[in-house]
Ligand binder design. Structure first.
Ligand code: SF4
Ligand code: SF4
Length: 477
């Protein structure tokens, strides 16, 4: 423990200003008064509201100029910063804590279930106008029973030592197409999952969900993720069948059926400029159905941006940056409280802080590829995640017809974290950012061990603004 230094000592003591201190101002509005700024340190878990003059002092400290001889309160301010975990006696003390927190992070990771995605087909029954899989193989082939058997044999072996049983997520293409052969094989997979004790999740466009409810009802369903892009008039101009037919009615009926059976829903909206405003109407429709009263265990929502990893977005002008998306959501939610009820934004841990009074554990890595996420496809390939599945250059092995894995390739991904990416090592927001997406980083810089920077401070700033009153109610620190 560090004791607050005496006034005399302060003048000589060299204190170390933590490289993980983050100072952010509210996104908008007044910048004076306590609460207009926040200082936090994701390594120590400290979070405090601050006033403008305190921020100036922190900036001075960061630049190595402290304490201030004429300031009678300098001692107590510095003592407070030490006690809260913004100043260390030296860099070694910080390094020791980094080591400790990384071990905690790894332990927490080990205690969370791995997600094993299975792609039974790359084919799809819709032709959404922004589909990120446009550049991919759309052969309508379907996984064979012997490949399913090889899949279960492989994961039973590979994940036998995990602390918690992994869960399986059906992904595609579209895993739930209501053709007879596809229903048969999905039914077989659901039965095998149940028999072998795996929970099952599904990522579906929802068009044939209704017709799969009985089959899914035979498994332990962890979650069904369905994408709805707005009220019918908006959704149907974005997510339609290959024949151009709207899909809203059928999808909503499927969601309704799943909700009635108690299957947890993850209701996802892909948002861009085109459908942003219609979020309000969609939120009202969902609210009228009573789904928002079910609680996040049974009904959660997700606002996603479409991403341009490998193919150009059909209408790039409509793409929103992460910051633009959330700024717009904040504005709309203020005017329309139903949207605030529909979705409570995370803002990089600010929501968690409001809900629990604590910051998230330092996050050394936010890319789960080959750690907590694995993708197996119908051709026997093994990939790290949904952003790279089906791409030869990202395949690291096969589970069928033979089991082969590129250990070196996998290790490179597994080692990816902010302590191993040179650019991230001294980044103040690294323990919130976690280094971003490995696929985006590799596409941009040619290496997995490179950064995919995220606008962390801007998002924290929006969060401070959005949850300002709730944060102030936490206790006034
Ligand atoms: S590479 Fe990107 S998309 Fe894939 S798991 Fe990592 S963060 Fe997610
Ligand atoms: S990816 Fe960029 S923003 Fe994220 S931790 Fe690394 S350097 Fe910082």
């Amino acid at each position: 423990m560090i004791l607050p230094p005496s006034a005399h000592q302060l003048g000589e003591l060299v204190m170390y200003y933590s490289k993980y201190n983050i100072v952010v101002g509210k996104g908008e509005g007044e910048k004076d008064g306590v609460g207009a700024w926040a200082v936090m340190n994701p390594l120590t878990g400290a979070f405090d509201l601050a006033a403008e003059d305190e921020v100036r002092k922190l900036e001075a400290m960061k630049a190595g100029r402290y304490p201030w001889p004429d300031d009678a309160e300098a001692d107590s301010f510095v003592a407070y910063l030490i006690e809260r975990g913004y100043l260390f006696s030296d860099v070694r003390e910080e390094d020791a804590l980094v080591e400790e927190k990384e071990a905690e992070f790894q332990a927490e990771l080990a205690a969370s279930p791995a997600q094993i995605l299975l792609i039974p087909t790359y084919g799809c029954n819709l032709a959404c106008k922004y589909c990120f899989q446009k550049g991919m193989d759309h052969r309508p082939a379907l996984i064979e029973p012997e490949v399913v058997d090889a899949f279960f044999a492989h994961i039973d072996r590979k994940f036998a030592g995990e602390e918690v049983k992994p869960f399986i997520t059906l992904f595609g293409g579209e895993p739930l197409i209501a053709s007879r052969p596809q229903k048969e094989i999905i039914s077989y997979i659901a039965g095998q999952a149940r028999e072998k004790g795996y929970e099952l999740a599904v990522v579906t466009n929802g068009y044939d969900l209704m017709e799969y409810l009985d089959i899914l009802g035979t498994a332990r369903i962890k979650e069904i993720q369905v994408t709805v892009d707005g009220p019918a008039a908006v959704h149907d101009t974005r997510r339609f069948t290959k024949a151009g037919k709207g899909t809203w009615e059928r999808i909503m009926a499927g969601v309704d059926g799943a909700v009635r059976r108690g299957m947890p829903i993850n209701f996802r909206v892909v948002v861009d400029r085109e459908n942003l405003k219609s979020l309000v109407e969609l939120a009202s429709l969902v609210d009228e159905k009573g789904w928002l009263d079910l609680g996040p265990e049974r009904f959660k929502t997700q606002l996603g941006r479409n991403y341009e990893l490998f193919e150009c977005y059909a209408t790039p002008d409509h793409l929103l940056s992460q910051v633009d998306l959330w700024r717009s959501v904040v504005e709309l939610s203020r005017k329309h409280p139903v949207l605030a009820r529909f979705h409570r934004p995370e803002f990089k841990g600010i929501k968690h802080l409001v809900d629990t009074g604590e910051m998230y554990l330092a996050s050394f890595d936010t890319c789960p590829a080959f750690k907590k996420e694995w993708v197996y496809d119908l051709y026997g390939g093994i990939y790290g995640c949904t952003a790279s599945c089906g791409r030869d250059e990202y395949r690291v092995g096969t589970f069928y017809p033979e089991s082969v894995e590129d250990e070196k390739g996998i290790t490179e991904w597994q080692e990816r974290n902010v302590l191993h990416i040179p650019e991230c090592r001294d980044c103040e927001v690294s323990l919130i950012c976690g280094g971003g997406c490995g696929v985006v980083a590799r596409e941009k810089h040619g290496s997995v061990l490179s950064p995919d920077c995220r606008p962390i401070k801007e998002l924290l700033s929006l969060g401070l603004d959005y949850y300002g009153d709730s944060i102030a109610a936490l206790g006034g620190d």
